[in-house]
Design a binder for this molecule. Structure first.
Ligand SMILES: [Mg+2]
Length: 134
């Protein structure tokens, strides 16, 4: 894929006249709620086919979730790629200095002594977000 999901979704929003903001912004509640419902619908569709498949349907619904999530970020003016990079940075701190991770008995990866929580607010502030502002 030559264009990133963010680029593709931005093209779609511009083409069909959906909201697309460039600065993190609190949007009107009805719009925010609509975006939340859209994402919940797509997540539910993933849940429906997660076990039963078929695999092409699962792939389709996973892509729908990502597409709608990027669209929702765009509606709110969030550069989601930068947020994902911050989540990734944090997740990688779950590795110890020896490159190992600790797991609970059920397989869940535990946060070690070197874990750093993601600072999403800082990422949004770098994008121009003013908490509580318009
Ligand atoms: Mg779907």
């Amino acid at each position: 894929m030559s264009a990133s999901p963010a680029d593709l979704v931005r093209r779609f929003h511009h083409a069909v006249g959906l909201d697309a903001r460039t600065t993190p912004t609190e949007v009107p509640a009805p719009l925010a709620a609509q975006r939340g419902r859209l994402l919940a619908e797509e997540a539910a569709e993933v849940a429906e086919v997660s076990v039963t498949g078929p695999l092409d349907k699962l792939a389709h619904e996973l892509a729908d979730v990502v597409y709608v999530a990027y669209g929702t970020a765009l509606v709110h003016g969030i550069d989601l790629d930068a947020v994902i990079a911050e989540i990734h940075r944090s997740n990688m701190t779950k590795l110890g200095p020896d490159g190992r991770i600790r797991r609970r008995a059920d397989g869940k990866i535990l946060k070690g002594d070197h874990y750093e929580a993601p600072d999403v607010a800082a990422v949004l502030r770098r994008q121009g977000w003013v908490p509580g502002g318009e």
